[in-house]
Ligand binder design. Structure first.
Ligand code: C2E
Ligand code: MG
Ligand code: MG
Ligand code: MG
Length: 274
C-alpha cells in the first residue's frame, strides 16, 4: 500500500496517454509525407581533422506540433513497438543521399544510422535492411549501423548473425553509448564490431580536469585499440577535451565543439568534402 499512489491514473496520465496515441497515429502520414528529416552530426577524424564520418539523427517536422527532437517521440514509438519503421525510414533516406553524393562525384562521409532494439524483434525489418543493401552496393562502404549495448546484451546470437551479414555487404557497425548502462565487454569481445562509441556521460564536466578519470579513460581506450576497435568520443564540447583526447589517441570526436547535428543542406555547406 505504500506505493499505492504510483498506480493512480490521474488526469495528467490520461492526457499523456492520449497524446502518445495521437503521435502514434501520425506515423503513417509522417513516413508517407517525408516528415522525418535526417540531421547529420560530423565525427571528426583526429588524424586529418576531417569529417570522414557522420551520424544520422532523426528530426520530425510535424505539421501541427512543429520541429520535434528524438526525445519527444522515439520513446513513444519504442513503447508502441513501431520505432523500427522510423529507423528504416531514416536508413532509406541516408542511402538515397549517399547515392546522390556519389553521382555528383563527391566522396561521402561514412554515415551511421541508429538501430533500436525493436528491430531485432522483428526479423522482417532486417530483410528490408538487407534488401536495401543488396540493391545499393555502391553505397554500402559508406554505411554504418549503430547498435546500443543493450541490443547486444539481449540478442547475442541474432546480433552476431546480423553483423556478419552486414559485413558481407561491406557495411560497418559500431556499439553506441558504451559506458552508459551495462558496459558490456563480453559483447565487444564476442561480436564483430568495428567501432565503439564512448558515451558522453564518461566525458561530462570532470574530463579532463579529474586526472584519475582521465587516466582511466585513456586505459580503456588502449584496451579498445588492442581489441582492434576504433574509438569515437561522444558529446565533446570543450577545447581542453579535444586536446586531451588527441593525446589519448582517440580516433574520432563527435560533439558540439565541432558541430551539433545539422540539416543536410547545412552539412553540405560546412562539412562535405569536395
Ligand atoms: P545517440 O545515438 O547517442 O546520439 C547522440 C545524441 O547526443 C544526439 O542527440 C546528439 O545531438 C547529442 N549530442 C551530440 N553532441 C553533443 C554534445 O556535445 N553535448 C550534448 N549535450 N549532446 C550532444 P539527439 O539527436 O537528440 O538524439 C538523442 C538520441 O535519440 C540518440 O542518442 C539516439 O539514441 C536516439 N535517436 C536519434 N535518432 C534516432 C533514430 O533514427 N532511431 C533511433 N532508434 N533512435 C534515434
Ligand atoms: Mg547513436
Ligand atoms: Mg550515442
Ligand atoms: Mg549517447
Amino acid at each position: 500500500w505504500e506505493d499505492v499512489d504510483t498506480y493512480i491514473f490521474t488526469e495528467e496520465c490520461r492526457e499523456n496517454l492520449l497524446e502518445e496515441k495521437d503521435l502514434e497515429k501520425d506515423l503513417d502520414d509522417a513516413i508517407e509525407q517525408g516528415q522525418f528529416k535526417v540531421y547529420l552530426q560530423p565525427k571528426v577524424c583526429m588524424e586529418n581533422k576531417r569529417a570522414t564520418r557522420a551520424e544520422a539523427l532523426v528530426r520530425w517536422q510535424h505539421p501541427t506540433r512543429g520541429f520535434l527532437t528524438p526525445g519527444a517521440f522515439v520513446p513513444i514509438f519504442e513503447r508502441a513497438h513501431k520505432i523500427g519503421r522510423v529507423d528504416l525510414n531514416l536508413f532509406e533516406q541516408t542511402v538515397e543521399k549517399i547515392n546522390e553524393w556519389l553521382e555528383r562525384g563527391i566522396t561521402p562521409p561514412i554515415v551511421s544510422c541508429n538501430v533500436s532494439k525493436e528491430v531485432f524483434v522483428h526479423n522482417d525489418i532486417w530483410d528490408r535492411y538487407f534488401d536495401i543493401l543488396e540493391r545499393n552496393t555502391k553505397a554500402c562502404p559508406y554505411l554504418e549501423l549503430e547498435l546500443t549495448e543493450s541490443v547486444a546484451y539481449t540478442n547475442f546470437a541474432q546480433v552476431e548473425e546480423v553483423l556478419s551479414r552486414i559485413h558481407e555487404y561491406g557495411c560497418g557497425c559500431s556499439m553506441d553509448d558504451f559506458g552508459k548502462d551495462y558496459s558490456n565487454f563480453n559483447a565487444l569481445i564476442q561480436l564483430p564490431f568495428d567501432l565503439v562509441k564512448m558515451d558522453k556521460c564518461l566525458f561530462d564536466d570532470g574530463f579532463p580536469e579529474q586526472t584519475q578519470r582521465t587516466k582511466f579513460l585513456e586505459d580503456i581506450m588502449t584496451v579498445f585499440k588492442h581489441m582492434g576497435l576504433e574509438v569515437v568520443a561522444e558529446g565533446i564540447e570543450r577545447e581542453e577535451q579535444v586536446v586531451a583526447l588527441e593525446k589519448m589517441d582517440c580516433d574520432y570526436i563527435q560533439g558540439y565543439y565541432y558541430s551539433p547535428p545539422v540539416s543536410i543542406e547545412e552539412y553540405e555547406r560546412n562539412w562535405l568534402q569536395r
